[in-house]
Design a protein. Structure first.
Length: 282
């Protein structure tokens, strides 16, 4: 997949000579086949990356095969310049995590990217907003995502940096928005500050639990709602998708006041004698 080798872009505020060696293999973001492209589709993914990085999608290269970051896709400049780098190339050139490549056996649940209802709101909450980099829920053993039922129950201590503040930006609350294929858009508000006197940012594990709670409520509410998706593949309810075969992978900020969850189906391990798939959880 990664066939082109290029030198890194120097992020704004950094001044350095180009490295003498090639950077890690790269590919255009819109062809990366990461979670974001699989979730949004090429068109919405291009819209997302332009809103996030404030540049045309054609300019965005993602870098793979970064040592210590299996399946990660990184970029050479973040959406918010104060964001701490996740890795360095040749000790001098910082890289930031943008996405991961999902396992071929995992099916990313498609969603339509949320967009404000009018042009003025779009300018204010998307175009002129400083959106933060995606948040991924990675377990200590390297597994990307965790079963929704575990996250709902608060079984999130296995996450990397579980007790670190979640990088969600300012504010005291945000909307979690879901645009599941075949269903009406759905959203709920969560608090992103804790209840201490200092009103600190919530932790990564708390964020995972809150997002999972919103997704779980959406699934439970949608069980009796007929899907408009012709194939019925993403139908929610008995005989279809339930909380028990969904993994929560992460979340992406799509506006100054809203995030969308990244979801995937738990991979089927085999089929039983009745032809129904068994699902295993990460």
């Amino acid at each position: 997949m990664y066939h082109q080798s290029v030198s890194p872009l120097v992020p704004p505020g950094h001044h350095a000579n180009p490295p003498q060696h090639h950077l890690y293999p790269s590919t255009p973001f819109v062809h990366s086949n990461g979670y974001l492209v699989k979730m949004f589709g090429s068109r919405d993914a291009a819209f997302f990356i332009e809103s996030l990085l404030k540049t045309t999608a054609a300019n965005v290269q993602v870098y793979g095969n970064v040592p210590g970051w299996p399946n990660a896709l990184m970029v050479s400049q973040p959406s918010v310049l104060s964001t701490r780098p996740d890795a360095y190339y040749n000790s001098n050139f910082p890289l930031w995590l943008l996405d991961y490549i999902p396992s071929p056996s995992c099916h990313v649940i498609p969603q339509t990217i949320w967009s404000p209802p009018n042009q003025s709101d779009w300018r204010r909450y998307v175009e002129q907003a400083n959106l933060h980099m995606p948040v991924f829920f990675v377990q200590n053993n390297g597994t990307i995502g965790l079963p929704l039922e575990r996250a709902v129950a608060g079984d999130t201590t296995s996450l990397r940096q579980a007790r670190e503040p979640a990088p969600l930006g300012g504010g005291h609350s945000t909307q979690i928005r879901i645009a599941w294929r075949g269903y009406e858009p759905w959203e709920r508000q969560i608090q992103i500050r804790d209840q201490t006197r200092h009103r600190n940012e919530i932790t990564v594990e708390r964020f995972a639990k809150l997002v999972a709670g919103v997704v779980n409520r959406f699934i439970e509410t949608s069980r009796s709602v007929a899907t408009r998706e012709p194939s019925g593949y993403w139908r929610i309810g008995d005989g279809g998708i339930t909380r028990y075969n969904v993994n929560l992978v992460g979340a992406v900020q799509v506006s100054a006041g809203g995030w969308m969850p990244i979801l995937q189906m738990a991979a089927p391990s085999n089929s039983n004698s009745n032809g129904h798939a068994h699902y295993y959880h990460a």
